[in-house]
Design a protein around this ligand. Structure first.
Ligand code: F6P
Length: 384
């Protein structure tokens, strides 16, 4: 059998399922008698080789590296853990010519047949440029809780984050109901609303604000939120769940550090305005009690749910298959119920263009079936 040397790295923000990809790649590679080099901290690992901080053999990954020892030896637990055993970096653009030269040199010293790069839109964009310059045989695997890598329906990590948002809404429901409160839950997603939309529906939200439909908190949106809250009160439900994606901007169209907190203040102010303008009905909202929860990095660190493990494993195996077939420059994707691959250069072209235009790389599209689902449930979605 033709032995190969392949590299694997994780780049960008971590998310659940990265270790499951690594595990699948190592297992499948071992079955083929290939060697897998795990690069620590993304492309920084290549610099370490070039600068002789480590010898290549120190990066060798085998199942023995992560199986548990002692009487439970052989227990292969890697896919259950979040994070990444390789470490990751989500800043640093190798624009510095010396950094770039060291990365390219390190790659050459490892004499890899191919590299599996696991990343999101930002990190894959950077790695792709290096790969082009260094003539690397690259396969990319999409991961991000934001689910905003173009051309794939799912990225690894997304489903677990949806689960966390769903669970958080459930956990907040009972305290909200006990105190007649409105719970505002701020979720991640950078510029994309996939996580807020899906987590919000599954968690029973009454209002979901995502950047695709509510780019900023205009008076219209505040008005819509207040009417929805009033309707809840009038329907004898004295609590409510409001989900806002971090990508929604303030009324001046600027990013807020904590948009959930800003929204709370704006709703309070707007209710005051409505009340003073003698919209008598809104008197019911005058003493509305609101609390804000920012889910933050809890959305990134939970053990991967079954679907993320399956997706990660199928993606890892597909990457090995592509290398076997010498089909490089591919992005592994999930489309119409199965794993496949698409041209990485085409995906990167889309990403670069959208980065240049400062728009979301893969937003919630207006024909997303979950938008219709939410509307049909009476969930207020902002302007959309
Ligand atoms: O892109 C993934 C993501 O988790 C976003 O949802 C979030 O805005 C960002 O990363 C946070 O990154 P950091 O790790 O720098 O806090």
């Amino acid at each position: 059998m033709n032995s190969k040397r392949i590299g694997i790295l994780t780049s960008g923000g971590d998310c659940p399922g990265l270790n499951a990809i690594i595990r699948a790649v190592v297992k499948a590679a071992e079955l083929n008698n290939w060697m897998v080099y795990g690069l620590p901290y993304g492309t920084d690992g290549f610099r370490d080789i070039a600068e002789k901080k480590y010898a290549p053999k120190e990066f060798l990954l085998t199942r023995k590296c992560y199986e548990l020892p002692g009487k439970i030896r052989g227990l292969d637990v890697l896919q259950f853990f979040s994070g990444t055993i390789l470490g990751s970096i989500n800043k640093g653009d190798p624009n510095d010519p010396r950094v770039k030269a060291a990365i390219l040199k390190g790659y050459g010293m490892l004499a890899l047949d191919a590299l599996i790069a696991i990343g999101g839109d930002g990190s894959l964009d950077i790695i792709y440029d290096l790969a082009k310059e260094g003539h690397w045989n690259i396969i990319a695997i999409p991961k991000t809780i934001d689910n905003d890598v173009p051309l794939t329906e799912f990225s690894v990590g997304f489903s677990t984050a949806v689960e966390i948002v769903t669970q958080a809404l459930y956990d907040l429901t009972f305290t909200a109901a006990s105190h007649n409160r409105i719970m505002i839950v701020e979720v991640m997603g950078r510029d994309a609303g996939h996580l807020a939309l899906r987590g919000g529906i599954a968690g029973g939200a009454d209002i979901i604000l995502i950047p695709e439909l509510t780019p900023c908190l205009s008076l219209d949106v505040l008005d819509g939120c207040c009417h929805q809250l009033l309707e809840l009160q009038q329907s004898d439900r004295h609590f409510g769940l409001l989900v806002i994606a971090e990508g929604v901007k303030n009324k001046s169209n600027e990013k807020e550090s904590y948009i959930g907190d800003y929204l709370k203040r704006q709703i309070k102010e707007y209710i005051g305005f409505l009340y003073h303008e003698k919209h008598k009905n809104f008197a019911q909202l005058k003493d509305l009690d609101m609390r804000v929860t920012v889910l933050g990095h809890l959305q990134r660190s939970h053990p991967p749910v079954a679907w993320d493990r399956l997706l990660a494993t199928a993606f890892g195996i597909k990457a090995i298959e592509l290398i076997k077939e010498k089909k490089y420059d591919r992005l592994v994707i999930w489309k119409r119920g199965e794993v496949s691959s698409d041209s990485l250069s085409e995906v990167i072209d889309i990403i670069k263009k959208r980065h240049k235009d400062k728009v979301c790389t893969s937003p919630v599209e207006s024909d997303d079936c979950m938008l219709k689902t939410a509307r049909s449930l009476g969930i207020y979605l902002g302007n959309g």
